[in-house]
Design a protein around this ligand. Structure first.
Ligand SMILES: Nc1ncnc2c1ncn2[C@@H]1O[C@H](COP(=O)(O)OP(=O)(O)OP(=O)(O)O)[C@@H](O)[C@H]1O
Length: 882
């Protein structure tokens, strides 16, 4: 207990997994909480302060699954291991307790186990810090499972936007920054758990020292010229990584400096509403990423996700990515061969990091070996083509060609020969090194196996000597090797002369067990041979781990090259499937697309066997003079889809991907804004309308001439006239002040007149046709405003009760007759309404009488014979189903 309490005192905020033999035990409050979250039995053991100590435990070998559940439930877990064997402890004194210590603190942002991590997504542990003036800020982000480490310097007010571009698992904030607005806003927006750290760890000096120590350099310049905010964020991050690794070395790749201006800025609301990597329901399915992802490796999937989350504004970078996709897009056969080779490549990136952190196992070694071979094969197929490769593909093939890196080739060969086919997860289980790899290991194993044969021979001899054919030599953990005979033969072995050889150990209901001198000696030999074999295997495992550590820079390059090739080939594959084209990029403010489509809606419609109507979109400002389009049209006609497909085209193009269109020319955008859909944010005390206005304000305050803006139905959350006034002002502002390329969808038809005064604005509408009594959506965009909104017909389509539809039609008529007198609207004078009778309730254009209605009206029930009545029923039925 004293040992437990002293360790627990150091980690009060984490559940303590206290290793005792084959279990991790939890005590006191920890046990109560873990039992509740994990649904495991809560027991008690011993007493403390006169009360029983609550206890709960999980088996050591199944700990990963339990850890996963605890982390998901928001807990942190400190793992405390036995740091010596009981035999070692005994040497210090017969009553000595084995030493124990924390080896790791498991938190949501510092996981490395495959079982705990989504394979196709990065895990971002981020730290934010502000510069002294409070206007400068920095983000340091790392993924401990892959070793990636990025640092970005940015303006404090851009913190939240930039941070949300990462798949955050945990956010670190200094206690000292909490009262700063930019930090408080970011914390409020964070969807990931926030961990507060003492201010001293977010200090630029501490950051500098930790950087030097981690990367073993004397001067910082070797890594880059970091400012104070960056160093503070780095300090906060590295200090925490160190804490969670319980003092063992930090294994991260050197930090890569990014500029926030290097990315297309996407604010959190836009990110959510455009469903870039998550749909509104929170699934990957139905998001842009889920729709276009054709990658076959985990590092590839993570790179694609990162590119879509942070599209670039660097034209050279984007063109290089597009060159790679284009090259593959010209040759589908090559795409197939490369993808089929890469498919066999396991997650080298995470495997190498686990091994470097001392948490890896034999399977990680196998993963590295297989990935190197598969990637080499993919690279060889590309070089064998003999054509000139674009720079990204050529760099990747160079990095993956094992003929160009002797040490990596040797490692790959050795891993292939040294490891057995199906190794265990843990190195300590042994049996993963193949026969023939190491002479000393083979000898120890030979000895062990020989002794086993000798035991078999001994069993035969004992059976012979005693005349007991049922005599067996068995093994268990308590007795070790023992002689086992059925109970009825027990007496014979306990009497002379046999009792001189057989020493009685245990009597069970149906068996009696004995040991012999010879057997004990043999058992000792076997166990020594086994220990030696295991020790030998562990030594070989360690040798491989150090080789991997030494080759880390090459392996890191290989992992990136696999990801690069995979993303290029997968993007070409998707382009084939989706009939997407390479965007032409410019430095001006062009946006000119023909036959543009919405990839996600199109894919969903395709599944149902329906087609998608492509539409053109030109916001270039030059030839037509239009950079702002007011989009009107009936509900359900496809306005939102048209708006979103414009924004998605920008994201795809600037991520270096093809765009589903016949052609597209795009002047690179600096930011993308969307104000679509309304949802409230009650947790932050904001009503639906308030959210809408906050987002609108952000756009009007920040959008530039280079931005791309979509706004859907701004103003609808309040009264008609207020809403119209706000929408009106927003369009004018966007047009004349922001001057962005923009699409503005609205149901306020009054707005369509605005184009007369705004030279850069034009009207466009989505067509719908009335056919018989129904509304048919054509999804085609035409220039000019829509004639009407057909809202009541759509309500009817949606299945509103007939009575309500009729009533709506009636109100609509009156409104249309007197649009300028809201105070006299029937809405505010419900009592004056005429009652809902058949005669006045059905506006003709909405529900004209059907043939069946007409037939019914002509009936005179009193004059019908039963036979005529029956005929009439059949006729009415036929009319109704017609
Ligand atoms: N170009 C298109 N081709 C085929 N189907 C389309 C197209 N655009 C939209 N649709 C279909 O129409 C549905 C409604 O589209 P959307 O939500 O864009 O309409 P809307 O005009 O914005 O409606 P509302 O005004 O009610 O918000 C979509 O879910 C999709 O199934």
């Amino acid at each position: 207990m004293a040992q437990y309490l002293s360790i627990k005192a150091r980690h009060a905020d984490a559940l303590l997994f206290f290793r005792m033999g084959d279990f991790y035990e939890l005590f006191f409050e920890d046990a109560i909480e873990a039992a509740k979250v994990l649904d495991i039995t809560l027991t008690s053991r011993g007493e403390y302060d006169g009360k029983p100590i609550p206890m709960a435990g999980v088996p050591y070998h199944a700990a990963e699954g339990y850890l996963a559940r605890l982390i998901k439930a928001g807990c942190r877990v400190a793992v405390c291991e036995q740091t010596e064997t009981p035999a070692e402890a005994k040497k210090r004194g017969s009553k000595a307790i084995v030493n124990r210590d924390i080896v790791r603190i498991v938190t949501p942002g510092t996981l490395t186990e495959d079982a705990l991590l989504p394979a196709r997504q990065d895990q971002a542990l981020a730290a934010i810090a502000l510069g002294t003036g409070g206007t400068e800020a920095a983000i340091a982000v790392c993924d401990v499972s892959t070793g990636r480490f990025d640092v970005t310097a940015l303006a404090a007010d851009a913190l939240a936007d930039s941070l949300m571009a990462y798949p955050l698992s945990e956010l670190l904030v200094s206690d000292g920054d909490l009262d700063k607005t930019a930090v408080a806003n970011t914390v409020a927006l964070s969807s990931a758990p926030v961990t507060f750290r003492p201010a001293r760890s977010a200090n630029h000096k501490a950051g500098e020292n930790l950087l030097k120590e981690t990367f073993n350099i004397a001067a910082l310049e070797a890594l880059g010229d970091f400012n104070r905010a960056e160093l503070a964020a780095i300090g906060l991050l590295l200090d925490y990584v160190k804490l969670t690794q319980a003092g063992s070395e930090i294994r991260l790749d050197p930090p890569v400096r990014a500029r926030s201006e290097g990315h297309l800025a996407i604010d959190p609301a836009t990110r959510t509403s455009l469903e870039i990597d998550r749909s509104m329901r929170g699934d990957r399915n139905g998001s842009l990423l889920g729709t276009i992802d054709r990658t076959v490796t985990a590092p590839g999937a993570r790179l694609l996700a990162a590119r879509l989350a942070r599209p670039s504004v660097d034209r050279e970078e984007i063109e290089a990515r597009l060159d790679a996709v284009s090259w593959f897009a010209d040759d589908r056969d090559t795409v197939e061969t490369v993808r089929s080779s890469l498919k066999a490549a396991p997650d080298l990136e995470r495997a190498r990091t686990r091994l470097r952190l001392g948490r890896g196992g034999p399977r990680d070694l196998v993963a590295i070996g297989r990935a190197l071979v598969a990637a080499h094969e993919a690279a060889s197929r590309l070089t064998a083509l003999g054509t000139v490769l674009p720079s990204r593909i050529s760099d990747a093939t160079q990095a993956l060609n094992l003929n160009k890196d002797a040490s990596l080739a040797e490692l790959s060969r050795d891993l292939e020969t040294a490891l057995s086919e199906n190794p265990p997860t843990l190195a300590r289980d042994g049996g993963f090194i193949a026969q023939g790899w190491d002479a000393a290991l083979d000898e120890a194993r030979g000895l062990r196996d020989d002794s086993r044969q000798i035991i078999a021979a001994l069993q035969a001899r004992y059976a012979d000597d005693t005349g007991i054919s049922a005599l067996k030599i068995k093994f268990n953990n308590v007795l070790g090797y023992f002689v086992d005979v059925p109970a009825r033969h027990g007496d014979a072995l306990m009497k002379p002369p046999l009792s001189e050889t057989f020493i009685h150990r245990q009597t069970l209901a149906s068996n009696v067990r004995f040991s012999t001198q010879e057997l004990s000696e043999l058992a000792g030999k076997i166990s020594r041979a086994e220990d030696e074999a295991k020790g030998r295997e562990l030594a070989i495992f360690d040798q491989f781990c150090s080789r991997i550590d030494e080759l880390n820079p090459s392996l890191s390059r290989s992992a990136s090259a696999i990801a690069e090739l995979d993303v290029a080939a997968a993007s070409a594959e998707w382009a084939f499937e989706a009939d997407a084209v390479r965007p032409a990029l410019t430095d001006d403010t062009t946006f000119k697309a023909t036959g543009l489509r919405h990839p996600v809606v199109e894919a969903a419609l395709k599944k149902d066997g329906q087609g998608f109507t492509a539409n053109d979109l030109n916001l270039s400002g030059d030839d037509t003079g239009t950079h702002l389009l007011l989009v009107t049209g009936p509900n359900m006609a496809g306005k939102s889809t048209y708006l979103r497909q414009g924004a998605l085209a920008v994201i795809l193009a600037q991520s270096g991907l093809f765009v589903p269109a016949r052609s597209i020319t795009l002047g690179l955008c600096d930011r993308i804004f969307s104000r679509v859909g309304a949802s409230d944010d009650l947790a932050r005390g904001r009503s639906t309308f308030m959210v809408e206005m906050v987002e609108t304000a952000a756009i009007l305050n920040q959008a530039t001439e280079r931005s791309f803006v979509i706004m859907d139905e701004v103003g609808r959350g309040t009264s008609t006239w207020d809403g119209l006034a706000i929408a009106w002002a927003a369009v004018e502002h966007l047009h004349s002040v922001n001057k962005s390329r923009a699409l503005f969808a609205t149901h306020y038809h009054e707005l369509t007149k605005l184009v007369e005064d705004l030279p850069g604005a034009a009207n466009a509408s989505l067509r719908a046709k009335e056919w018989k009594d129904d509304l048919v959506f054509l999804h085609e965009v035409q220039s000019g405003p829509a004639d009407k909104s057909y809202g009541v017909q759509v309500a009817k389509l949606a299945g509103l009760p007939k009575k309500a539809v009729r009533r709506a039609g009636q109100i609509l008529k009156q409104l249309e007759a007197e649009p300028s007198a809201p105070e006299s609207l029937p809405l505010f004078a419900a009592a004056s309404f005429t009652p809902d009778t058949e005669d006045n309730a059905v506006p003709e254009e909405i529900v004209p009488p059907s043939e069946a209605d007409k037939a019914l009206q002509q009936i005179d029930p009193d004059s019908l014979t039963p036979r005529e009545a029956l005929d009439l029923i059949y006729r009415l039925k036929a009319l109704a189903s017609d």
